[in-house]
Write a protein that binds this ligand. Structure first.
Ligand code: SF4
Ligand code: SF4
Length: 56
């Protein structure tokens, strides 16, 4: 399963965006959006200071 963003927690800080090796994360309306390009690596999960992105 791809990474999932909790929009209630996400502030759109952008930290996860640069951690993604396949550029699957973009910012839209102050929240992270994960695309179908996600390869489920989990790198972004460790990067988020608010635990707003997870693998489900
Ligand atoms: S799990 Fe990996 S590939 Fe998927 S969005 Fe996060 S960093 Fe990118
Ligand atoms: S690091 Fe966390 S709070 Fe920042 S944009 Fe990514 S998911 Fe949102």
């Amino acid at each position: 399963m791809p990474a999932v963003v909790d929009n209630e927690k996400c502030t759109g800080c952008g930290s996860c965006e640069s951690s993604c090796p396949v550029e699957a994360i973009t910012m839209k309306d102050d929240a992270a959006v994960v695309s179908d390009e996600c390869i489920d690596c989990g790198a972004c999960v460790d990067e988020c200071p608010l635990e707003a992105i997870s693998m489900e």
